[in-house]
Design a protein around this ligand. Sequence first.
Ligand SMILES: [Zn+2]
Length: 162
Amino acid sequence: MMGSTHAMAGFVIWFAMVRANISPPLGIIAVVLGSLLPDIDHPNGTIRQMMDLPQFLKHPISTIIPHRGPTHTIWAGVLFSLLTAGLAAWGGNPIVGSLATGLAMFIGYSSHLVLDSLNPTGVKWLIPLKDFKLHGPIRTGSRGEEYFFYGLIGMLFLVAVI
Ligand SMILES: [Zn+2]
């Protein structure tokens, strides 16, 4: 899936959390960042583009970390979530709030894996523990992804009126 689709999914989730009064401190940053973070292994990933790494660094990173490798696992999600909770606590947030921010990161991160699982390339969620792969019919950048994106916008309106 493309970065814009992932970010939109993260935004819808965060908005739903706000409407349900369960958005933690820095909730939007944690969820949306989490929804984009797994593609840090992708040379044309959104975050990578935002960081604007020089070409000589871009190539080595994609050589070391294959796309849809370690960052597209539930383990990486747990790791980044713990890191986020730690950072939030270090930044002076109360423990419960920090854990909630970590959980928001986990939700955003998982949403990325769910969306990529709708893709023919799929996601090996539990590698190296288990080798099974979840995959679906929606190709990246296809008409199908476009419709999926409109579906997310529809959900945004739905959340707004509920
Ligand atoms: Zn991805």
